[in-house]
Design a protein around this ligand. Structure first.
Ligand SMILES: *Cc1c(COP(=O)(O)O)cnc(C)c1O
Length: 361
C-alpha cells in the first residue's frame, strides 16, 4: 500500500492521547484508576445538561442541525457577535484542521511555539506545510521570535491563550503588539480552550479585538470547563470572510445533535459551571502547596493543569504513577524531560496524587 499513500502523510506521527481509564484498568488489572492527563473536567455534567442530552436522544434517528442554529443564536446573544461569525467543530481540534485546510497550501509556512498543543503541528504536517517551531522562553511564548519567523509564505500562526502545556496567557498589549504590522493575509489563530478558567484582570478580550483584525480567529471549546470532552464540540469566532472559507472545508453534519443540545444547556447553567471552575482553582492551590512540600517545583498556571518539575526522569515517574493507577502526562515527548503535566482533579483525586507522588519519588 505504501506506494499509493499520500506522500505528505508518510512522516506524520499520530497524536498519542492520554490513556483512557478503562484501558489502564484492563491492562494493569487495577480496580480504581484516576486520570489527570487530558485536562478534562473531573466532574460529571450537571443534571440540567444530562436532561437536555436525554431529550435530544429522542431525535437521534434524524441528522443533526448542520448549522447549529440554537447554539449559534445563544452564543451570538451572549458574546455580542453576529451569528454568521461563528463556526462549529467536532471539538475545537476540528477548527484547527479547518483553518489549515482552508488557508494552507503545500510548502506554505505555519508558525507555532515549541512545545505547544500537538494538533497544530499534526494538522500542518498533513497539509504538507513547513512548520516553524519557535521555542518558548522561560515557559512563555516568544512573540518577538515568532514574528521574526514570518515570511511571505507564512499563512497561519497559532497562539494558545492560555497555552497548553505552559498555562500562560496573553494580555491585550501582547496580542496587539504581535498584530501590529503583520500582513492581513496571515491568519492568527488564537486558541482559547481554557478561556473559562482565566481570571487575570489583564487577560486580553480577544473578541473585542476581532472588530479590529479581520485576520484573526478565536476558538473555544465545551471540552474543558464545561466538561463535554466526550461529546466533541467547540466553536470559532472570526470575520464572516474567514468563517466562509472555513465552512467550505467542513463536512455538513460535523457536530452531532447531542453535543449541540448539551452545549446549549451548559451555557444556560452558568451558576453550576462557575462553581466547578472555582473548585478547580481552589484545588489548584492545594496541589501547588502539596507539590512544593515534596521539594518539587510547579509552573503556576491560569488553567486547570500544571507542569511539575519532578527533578528526575519524568518518563519513569509517569510509569510508576501509572502502575499505581494514576494517569498523568509525561512531558518528555515535548522535550521537557523532567516535567509531568497534571490536570486538576477532585479533592480526593488530588490527595491521592500527592501521596502517590511522594511514594514513587
Ligand atoms: C484540549 C485542547 C483543545 C481542544 O479540545 P477539543 O476537545 O477538540 O475542543 C484545543 N486546544 C488546546 C490547547 C487544548 O488543550
Amino acid at each position: 500500500m505504501k506506494r499509493s499513500v499520500n506522500k505528505t502523510i508518510l512522516n506524520v506521527k499520530p497524536y498519542v492521547p492520554g490513556k483512557p481509564i478503562e484501558e489502564v484498568k484492563r491492562e494493569l488489572g487495577l480496580r480504581k484508576v484516576i486520570k489527570l492527563a487530558s485536562n478534562e473536567n473531573p466532574y460529571t455534567p450537571s443534571a440540567k445538561v444530562l436532561k437536555a442530552i436525554e431529550k435530544a436522544a429522542l431525535d437521534l434517528n434524524r441528522y443533526p442541525d448542520g448549522d447549529c442554529y440554537y447554539l449559534r443564536q445563544e452564543l451570538s446573544k451572549r458574546l455580542g457577535v453576529g451569528p454568521r461569525q461563528f463556526i462549529f467543530g467536532n471539538g475545537s481540534d476540528e477548527l484547527i484542521v479547518f483553518a489549515i485546510r482552508a488557508f494552507v497550501d503545500k510548502e506554505d509556512e505555519v508558525i507555532i511555539a515549541k512545545p505547544s498543543f500537538l494538533i497544530y503541528e499534526i494538522a500542518s504536517q498533513i497539509a504538507g506545510a513547513k512548520i516553524k517551531a519557535v521555542p518558548l522562553k522561560g515557559f512563555r511564548y516568544d512573540l518577538d521570535g515568532m514574528k521574526a519567523a514570518v515570511t511571505d509564505r507564512t499563512k497561519v500562526v497559532f497562539l494558545g491563550n492560555p497555552d497548553n502545556p505552559s498555562g500562560q496567557y496573553f494580555t491585550r498589549a501582547d496580542i496587539e503588539g504581535f498584530m501590529k504590522g503583520l500582513s492581513k493575509d496571515i491568519l492568527v489563530f488564537i486558541d482559547e480552550a481554557y478561556f473559562e478558567y482565566v481570571d487575570a484582570k489583564d487577560y486580553v478580550d480577544s473578541i473585542a479585538l476581532l472588530k479590529k483584525y479581520s485576520n484573526m480567529i478565536v476558538t473555544r471549546t465545551f471540552s474543558k470547563m464545561y466538561g463535554l470532552a466526550g461529546l466533541r464540540i467547540g466553536y470559532g469566532i472570526a470575520s464572516e470572510e474567514v468563517v466562509d472559507y472555513m465552512n467550505r472545508v467542513r463536512e455538513p453534519f460535523n457536530v452531532n445533535s447531542l453535543a449541540q443540545a448539551a452545549a446549549l444547556a451548559c451555557l444556560k447553567d452558568q451558576a453550576h459551571y462557575r462553581k466547578v471552575a472555582r473548585d478547580v482553582k481552589k484545588q489548584r492551590d492545594v496541589i501547588y502547596q502539596g507539590v512544593r512540600k515534596l521539594g518539587l517545583e510547579v509552573q503556576e498556571s491560569c488553567t486547570n493543569f500544571i507542569l511539575i518539575d519532578v527533578k528526575t526522569n519524568a518518563s519513569s515517574v509517569t510509569k510508576k504513577l501509572l502502575q499505581k493507577g494514576i494517569i498523568v502526562r509525561d512531558m518528555s515527548f515535548w522535550g521537557l524531560d523532567r516535567y509531568i503535566r497534571v490536570s486538576i482533579g477532585t479533592e480526593k483525586e488530588n490527595r491521592q496524587l500527592l501521596s502517590t507522588l511522594e511514594e514513587v519519588l
